[in-house]
Write a protein that binds this ligand. Structure first.
Ligand code: ADP
Ligand code: MG
Length: 361
């Protein structure tokens, strides 16, 4: 039985995973704490993690109907993320594992995102029997990554953002539009009743042959557009049209570059995860374009899009079964941990004690 913790940014989360099934996944969001400042304040995030981590762990164990003594492996996000926020969860995990005398696995946050689209159903379980090599888009507040997942636990980063992340762009544009924090979901909501063709915002690097992204130009173009036409902000229809047009510009680039990479790499599956993959236009456009291109699509369930410990526990179980050694006790957190480094083919997994098709994916 795995107890997993996640504190890389602004959500404190704990989950219990047993044999590929998520038995509980508790997330204490800090949105209210940071909204006053219009963005995540690292010191406040850390303070909140410290305040919430033990109650969140207790509640994850209670909801799963298990006790601490049943835990056989502890997993925690080791990086990347806010340095002090990572420490709050990781050192808690170290202490729990040490006290229980069970192994600890430090997990890469983005590697966990790569497999989150496979967590489906009720109760949620990792449907790795359906796994196939894919192109995976990770889109969050801090990162935009296009990854070729070549096999179970093996991947290669194809591209990333050269400046702002897609979620950061949503949030910064929302701020320019004087929308409340967190901007992404609010902008998405307003865009639903707007006209996406009303204004033409730039789609950076869409036609470049590489897989990198750039979103700071879009943010700047919205800023200059509003300086020229500030009256549009006073009109609710124009505001909704701007939201829809900006959203279309971001989503267009994300979806089209992902589908193009899938074709180029000759995979038949596309996945997406991270907070921005909750975006309704993104989900619709992915569905349309993947169906047109004959690609199977796995979008992370909205519950597992934003930061959560369930995906950390699911990946930890797979790694453990595939023979990953415990993370040494003196290993430190890695705030800038690159994803590429994590792609180490592990030995074939041992016959599992009932895990769902563990390691066969
Ligand atoms: P991080 O790990 O960087 O905190 P998360 O995976 O928690 O990122 O996702 C948070 C980001 O997702 C924020 O930038 C938020 O605005 C964005 N986001 C969440 N829902 C939506 C949505 N419906 N549309 C666009 N962006 C969204
Ligand atoms: Mg977050």
């Amino acid at each position: 039985m795995i107890l997993a913790l996640e504190t890389s940014c602004d959500e404190t989360s704990a989950a219990v995973v047993i044999q590929g099934t998520v038995r509980s996944n508790v997330v204490a969001s800090q949105i209210r704490v940071h909204s006053e400042y219009g963005g995540v304040v690292p010191e406040l995030a850390t303070r909140e993690h410290l305040r919430n981590i033990l109650p969140v762990v207790r509640s994850a164990l209670d909801q799963a109907g298990v006790t601490l003594s049943q835990v056989s492996l502890v997993a925690a996000t080791r990086g990347p993320g806010l340095p002090a926020a990572l420490l709050a969860g990781y050192t808690t995990a170290q202490a729990v594992a040490y006290a229980l005398n069970v192994p600890l696995l430090g997990i890469h946050h983005h590697e966990a995102h790569l497999y989150s689209p496979w967590i489906i159903g009720k109760p949620p379980r990792a449907a790795f029997e359906q796994f196939e090599p894919n192109i995976s888009l990770i889109v969050s507040g801090g990162h935009t990554l296009l990854v070729h997942v070549t096999g179970g636990l093996r991947h290669r980063v194809l591209g990333s953002t050269l400046d702002d992340a897609a979620g950061e762009c949503f949030d910064k544009v929302a701020k320019l539009l004087a929308l409340p924090y967190p901007g992404g979901p609010v902008l998405d909501e307003l865009a639903e009743s707007g006209n996406a063709a009303a204004f033409d915002f730039p789609r950076s690097l869409l036609h470049e042959s590489h897989d990198d992204f750039s979103f700071s130009g879009l943010k700047t173009s919205v800023r200059y557009f509003l300086l020229k036409r500030p009256e549009l902000l006073e009109d609710s229809k124009s505001l909704r049209d701007i939201c829809a047009s900006v959203r279309a510009a971001i989503v267009d680039v994300l979806v089209r570059k992902t589908v193009r990479a899938a074709r180029r790499m000759a995979v038949s599956c596309v996945t997406a995860s991270g907070g921005v993959s909750c975006n309704r236009a993104l989900r619709r456009q992915f569905a349309e374009e993947c169906s047109r291109a004959g690609l199977r699509l796995h979008l992370a369930d909205p519950v597992f899009c934003t930061d959560n410990a369930a995906m950390v526990g699911i990946l930890a179980e797979q790694k453990w079964l595939a023979g990953e050694p415990p993370t040494p006790w003196d290993a430190e957190t890695r705030p800038g941990w690159p994803l590429e480094e994590e792609s180490t083919p592990l030995k074939a997994p041992a016959a599992s004690s009932g895990s769902s098709k563990s390691g066969t994916y």
